[in-house]
Design a protein around this ligand. Structure first.
Ligand SMILES: [Zn+2]
Length: 94
């Protein structure tokens, strides 16, 4: 039996289990381009200026290409690698 539940934010959703997790809140909690928020402002602008706003877009570049972008620092690379890794992606090999 699916039951109609209401979360504390007032979203209505059907759940077939006792799991109280609201799917709408879950979706709001993970922004699509969340990896950009991990970066410093110059590094984020470097990606945005090159039209890179998603991890899929980022994966089309090699590590070397990304490092060459104006504003991108070496310290941002581990964060980007980790974000790619979590999505099963990686930098392009050249
Ligand atoms: Zn909710």
């Amino acid at each position: 039996m699916r039951t109609l539940k209401t979360c504390e934010k007032g979203h209505k959703f059907y759940k077939s289990t006792d799991c109280p997790t609201c799917p709408i809140c879950e979706e709001e909690r993970k922004p699509k381009d969340g990896f950009l928020s991990l970066l410093s402002a110059p590094a984020r602008r470097a990606l945005e200026n090159n039209g890179i706003s998603t991890l899929e877009g980022l994966a089309k570049y090699s590590e070397e290409e990304i490092l060459k972008l104006h504003g991108m620092g070496k310290s941002s690379l581990p964060k980007l690698k980790k974000a790619l890794d979590e999505e099963g992606l990686s930098f392009k090999y050249i």
